[in-house]
Each structure stands twice: as structure tokens, then as C-alpha cells.
Ligand binder design. Structure first.
Ligand SMILES: Cc1cc2nc3c(=O)[nH]c(=O)nc-3n(C[C@H](O)[C@H](O)[C@H](O)COP(=O)(O)O)c2cc1C
Length: 581
């Protein structure tokens, strides 16, 4: 196989001015093919490896208390976290803010090999490059010890650095339409961090990572009895202004941040007993008043030099920039009407925090470990987003995304007891069965899997040993074939983009990243391990099931099985550098 990797950021030729055509052109251009990978440098420029930790020099840092895992007044079990209203809401305090950021974006360990030492985080990232930056917009709260304002999360210091002060009245006005006790959480991406290694394909990876970070934040919120909703109606200029990423003076020559999204977070008991409509947007008249507040700090440089600038990434970011505001609301059901019995069989008594902190990517699998059909079905049930009739609202974390699911799973089953090895499909939105069937080879079987839970739309397509095939289409990575099962996430692609607009492009990756985040934790809970797979040969995956056009596209792969640890690496505690053993 020959790998053709040009050494420069070839300008992306605009073939059309239509933003949807432009994001599709980016997508097609950044496919990996058997005989040609998407454009990247082709080697690692170690001298300019980006710093994974952004700081705003001159901005005052408030360190968050370093809590021991056992310090929680209430520490829900992993399963309780998924049950509606099973976790009592915690108030917003410096300790709960600390716990929220630790579990969402904090460090999980340091790894050491020889002289090198690098941090891992509770949210995973392609290549451990961590392009995602976290922000919080805090209202005035009695006893919080933080002034109302916008803060950037400094992961290595586990602290919040103040970017802008806002008057209590102004912040209260922004948050007035939301449930009592709400605050805003935001994410941005430093595209350069991923582009340094992955070149043009990096815009995809940054958005996978946004999806993972949204998931880790939603799940962190759930451990505190908090709810979270993506403010998807907001236009991206507003997101930029609220996160300060538009402040060129504060970034100077430093690597810019791309404003991705805002979400509202609130203690679940902040919802009044009667049903409440929560807006998915922010009132521009109110937000515009916030902008002139004083700003603090200058962004640090992450690399000495940048070598190649990947114009195709700017082109995709520009084409998918959201300029519209949709004044939509989500109706929260009356908590009295929602049922609160467990919806999933309990498999683990482990605390949620233990599972979240122990999450790691397997670097290889043992090609032996099988999982039971029950464990397999349980994992798949967790990625199903539908609210059932009795329950009225979507299960956590799917209550975060205010859209109908667009991602379905093409499964390569290798070692699941009681299931014939072969290809399967999980239709994450049962209404879409015929859409999927029509986009694939008409000779596939589509037999409902025997023994599956009634509400799990899992179909068997083809029998056969898919181990070699799975590894082959995942850039020849053995992790896709040596596991119990691996999968490709098939997105409803061109239809969603043409109907909704080019700004759907990143959202499809966010949903895929969220599926990945759920699977990472599910694997840990089941005593096995997962790994996200961003490197796969796009069209060869599609050919496996006869997908011929852009109606469906595989956006992300994942694999779960019995891990083999790398014994050469030393593991150190996450905050040992801050004096906590
Ligand atoms: C979007 C994404 C894509 C990834 N792609 C690959 C991959 O193709 N191959 C691989 O071995 N690991 C892959 N990983 C795993 C990362 O390398 C891993 O998350 C990172 O090194 C951090 O380690 P941790 O997950 O143990 O915290 C991917 C992870 C993510 C989130």
C-alpha cells in the first residue's frame, strides 16, 4: 500500500459557494483511501508539539479544591446516574464546581516512559492532543467564593481563570429564562493541536472530541443531580462573544480557539413542579449588553512555530459556522409524571466517579475475551436515545442533544457469546429502518436478533468472521479485530446537511463523540475496555454494506474488548504534581 502525503496545506479549491457543498467537499477531501491517506505532514514535528494546556497569562486563577474521590457527600452508583431523578441535586458550591470540572475535563492520570511524562484526562481525545477548552459563565451565588463572570478551566492547575467580570444583574438577566440555579458551560477547540498531527482531517477529530467532552460534562453533571441541555439555537457569533474567542487582542499570535457550543446546566430540583419550557437560545438584546465588560489575560503560545497551515480546516470551520438563531424551546416534563424506576438492569455497584476516573483507551486487545449477549445488549441500550412513553424524556445523556438521532451503528461482532459472528446494525431511531435499508445492499438479511430486548432495534445482516475486515477498514489497526466487537457510526449525512444546513456537519460528529463517550464508560462498567477509532478508510467501510452515495457516511469507529496493558508505562496519580498523592 502506498501512502501519498503531500507536505503542504494545499488550498482547498472552493467548488461552490453553497456552505453545504463546501462541507461535503471538505468531507470527501479528508477521506482516507486504501492507497492515499488524507493530507497531513506525514511526520511528527516534535519541536513544535502543541502544549495541551492553555493558560491566559495575567488572568487571576482560582484553584478549585482538590477533592479525594471519597469526599463526596453523595456518590451515586454508575447505574443510578442513568435513572431519572435518582440522584439528589447538589447545590452550586466551590466543591461541586470542582467535582463537575474534574469529572468532565480534569486529569485522570499521568503516564511516564523514560524521561517523557504526559497527562491523561477524564475526557478522551484523538492522539491525546486535547484540542477542547472548557469555559463556565457563573451567576452570583451565595457562598460560591467566585465572582460572577466568565472563567476558563485550567486543567493542569485544576482551577478557573477569570476572563471577564460581569455584573450580577447582567448575568442574572441572561440566565433568567432558565431553571433556578442555572449556569452556562461552553466549549471551544484549538484546531492546531489536532492539525499538528493529523493535518486536514483534524477538523473531524476536533468535533469528535467536542462530542466526548459534551458527554463527559453531561455525565459529570448527572453525578451531582444536575441536568444539561445544549443551547443549539444560539448563533455561533454569540457563542464566540460569550466565550471571548473573538478577542483577537487577547490571542495575538497565539493559536486561536474556535467557539463550538454553549450548554445550560442546572440542579434538577431547580425545575418547578409544573412543566417548564427551557429556551435553546439566548436573547441577543440581553447578551449584547454583556460584551463590553472588562476582559483579562493573554492566551499562551502553544507551539513555537506552525509550519504548515491547513487551509481546508479553516474552510470547513467557515462553511459550517452557524449564523442563525432558532427560537426553540424544550419542554421539561413535570417531574411528578416521570417514572423513576430503573430502566436498565443493574450490572455494577461501582460508583460513577470510579468508572469515570478509570476510563482509558485500550492500546491493544487480547483477541480472546468474549462478552455475554446480555452485556452487549445492555451497552447498546445505553446508546438508545428515545424517551419511552412512560418516561416522557430522553434518558441521560441523550437529554443533552435537542435533535432526533442521526447516528446508527454498523457492528462487527467477533466474540459475543450466543451471537453469530458477523455484521449487525443498531437502528438508533427505529423510524429510520427503511431509510437505512434503502441505502444499503438489498441482499442483506435484516433479521431481528433473537433474544434482544424488545425495544432494541438490533438487526443481523451477514454471517461471517469479520475480524480481518474490521481491522483492515480501520486503517489496519488490530484493535478493531482483536476485540469482542467493533463498529462504525453511520450518520444520516447529505439529507441532514441539505435539510438543516452546513452547521449540522460538526453536530453529526458531536453525536458520534457522545455515543463513543457512553461506550467508553459502558465498557469499563462491564469489566472490559474501549477505544475510539478516528482512523478508518471511509469508502471501503461503506462498501462493506453497499453504501454507494452520501446518504450515509461512517464518521467514527469504536472497539470494545479485553485489553492488554502496556507494562512499560508507569502510571502516576492525576494531581501528584499539585501535591495530592
Ligand atoms: C476521536 C478519537 C479518535 C481516536 N482514534 C484512535 C485510533 O484511530 N487509534 C487508536 O489506537 N486510538 C485512538 N483513539 C484513542 C486516543 O488515542 C486516546 O483517547 C488518547 O490517547 C487518550 O488516552 P485515554 O483515552 O486513555 O485517556 C481515539 C480517541 C478519540 C477520542
Amino acid at each position: 500500500m502506498s501512502i501519498d502525503q503531500p507536505f503542504s496545506g494545499t488550498p482547498a479549491e472552493p467548488i461552490s459557494t453553497d456552505p453545504v457543498d463546501r462541507v461535503i467537499a471538505y468531507h470527501v477531501r479528508t477521506k482516507h483511501h486504501f492507497n492515499r491517506y488524507a493530507r497531513s505532514l506525514g511526520f511528527l514535528d516534535w519541536a513544535n508539539q502543541p502544549d495541551p494546556f492553555r493558560r491566559f497569562e495575567g488572568a487571576q486563577l482560582t484553584r478549585l479544591p482538590l477533592l479525594n474521590p471519597e469526599d463526596d457527600p453523595q456518590s451515586p452508583s454508575y447505574d443510578a446516574m442513568y435513572q431519572p431523578d435518582a440522584v439528589t441535586s447538589q447545590p452550586l458550591t466551590i466543591r461541586t464546581v470542582s467535582r463537575f470540572f474534574e469529572l468532565a475535563l480534569g486529569l485522570s492520570a499521568w503516564k511516564k516512559a523514560g524521561e517523557s511524562e504526559w497527562a491523561l484526562r477524564n475526557n478522551p481525545s484523538s492522539g491525546n492532543l486535547h484540542p477542547t477548552e472548557g469555559y463556565v459563565l457563573l451567576p452570583p451565588v451565595d457562598g460560591l467564593d467566585l465572582m460572577p463572570g466568565l472563567y476558563h478551566y485550567a486543567a493542569k492547575e485544576h482551577g478557573l481563570e477569570v476572563r471577564a467580570d460581569f455584573s450580577p444583574e447582567q448575568i442574572n438577566e441572561v440566565l433568567a429564562p432558565f431553571p433556578t440555579g442555572a449556569f452556562l458551560f461552553g466549549l471551544s477547540s484549538v484546531h492546531w493541536r489536532e492539525a499538528w498531527k493529523y493535518g486536514e482531517r483534524a477538523f473531524r477529530y476536533c468535533n469528535h472530541d467536542v462530542g466526548h467532552a459534551l458527554g463527559s460534562a453531561r455525565i459529570a453533571a448527572a453525578t451531582l443531580g444536575w441536568r444539561m441541555l445544549l443551547l443549539d439555537g444560539a448563533d455561533q457569533n454569540q457563542v464566540a462573544r460569550l466565550l471571548g474567542t473573538h478577542r483577537q487582542d487577547d490571542f495575538g499570535e497565539a493559536e486561536p480557539e474556535h467557539p463550538d457550543c454553549l450548554a445550560v446546566v442546572w440542579p434538577a430540583d431547580g425545575v418547578k413542579r409544573e412543566a417548564q419550557n427551557v429556551p435553546l437560545y439566548l436573547d441577543e438584546a440581553v447578551v449584547s449588553k454583556l460584551v463590553p465588560g472588562p476582559w483579562h489575560g493573554k492566551a499562551n503560545d502553544l507551539s513555537r512555530e506552525h509550519g504548515v497551515h491547513w487551509e481546508a480546516i479553516d474552510e470547513a470551520a467557515d462553511a459550517s459556522w452557524k449564523t442563525t438563531t432558532e427560537q426553540q424551546t424544550v419542554r421539561l416534563p413535570d417531574p411528578l409524571l416521570t417514572r423513576s424506576e430503573p430502566v436498565h438492569t443493574s450490572r455494577t455497584a461501582s460508583e460513577a466517579g470510579v468508572i469515570i476516573r478509570q476510563r482509558r483507551s485500550a492500546v491493544s486487545f487480547d483477541a480472546r475475551t468474549a462478552i455475554s449477549a446480555d452485556a452487549f445488549f445492555c451497552m447498546l441500550q445505553r446508546v438508545m436515545p428515545q424517551a419511552d412513553e412512560a418516561h416522557l424524556r430522553r434518558p441521560m445523556p441523550w437529554d443533552l442533544l435537542p435533535w432526533d438521532p442521526a447516528i446508527h451503528l454498523l457492528l462487527f461482532v467477533h466474540r459475543v457469546e450466543g451471537l453469530t459472528p458477523g455484521l449487525y446494525v443498531l437502528v438508533r431511531d427505529a423510524k429510520k429502518l427503511s431509510v437505512l435499508q434503502q441505502s444499503m445492499n438489498p441482499e442483506l438479511e435484516w433479521t431481528p436478533v433473537a433474544g434482544r430486548p424488545n425495544d432494541l432495534p438490533l438487526y443481523w445482516l451477514l454471517q461471517g468472521d469479520a475480524r480481518r475486515l474490521a481491522a483492515q477498514v480501520s486503517c489496519h489497526q488490530g484493535i478493531a479485530g482483536d476485540s469482542a466487537f467493533s463498529l462504525g457510526m453511520l450518520a444520516e449525512f447529505e439529507g441532514r446537511l441539505r435539510q438543516g444546513g452546513a452547521w449540522w456537519y460538526p453536530r453529526l460528529f458531536w453525536e458520534a463523540g457522545l455515543v463513543g463517550q457512553v461506550l467508553y464508560l459502558e465498557a469499563e462498567a462491564a469489566g472490559v475496555r474501549g477505544t475510539g477509532i478516528g482512523c478508518f478508510f471511509d469508502d471501503p467501510v461503506h462498501e462493506v454494506v453497499g453504501i454507494k452515495d452520501l446518504a450515509l457516511q461512517s464518521l467514527y469507529h469504536f472497539t470494545i474488548g479485553g485489553p492488554v496493558d502496556d507494562q512499560r508505562l508507569l502510571t502516576l496519580p492525576p494531581y501528584h504534581h499539585l501535591g495530592r498523592k
